[in-house]
Design a protein around this ligand. Structure first.
Ligand code: FES
Length: 81
């Protein structure tokens, strides 16, 4: 069983409800989160009701999506023609 998540002190915080939506060709939308823990262990606080997380690795504002995935999708579509 994995150990505790750094920065979290109670089970109540860990079980907070969030909704995650995967956008095809785009980001992952997270609703209801107060902070995002990235792969490096850094905590990114947020006060927005919905945040978009980059999954294409092209964003200049990781972990947040900055819309650059649209360029990647358009480029792939051109190459496929
Ligand atoms: S998913 Fe949008 S920039 Fe990466």
């Amino acid at each position: 069983m994995p150990g505790p998540i750094p920065g979290y002190s109670t089970a109540m915080e860990i079980t907070r409800r969030c909704q995650i939506e995967v956008v095809p060709g785009g980001p992952v939308l997270v609703r209801g989160a107060t902070e995002i823990l990235d792969a490096q262990g850094d905590v990114h606080p947020t006060t927005r009701p919905v945040v978009a997380l980059c999954v294409c690795e092209l964003s200049q504002r990781k972990p947040w999506c900055d819309g650059t995935h649209k360029v990647a999708v358009a480029t792939r579509a051109k190459i496929a023609r």
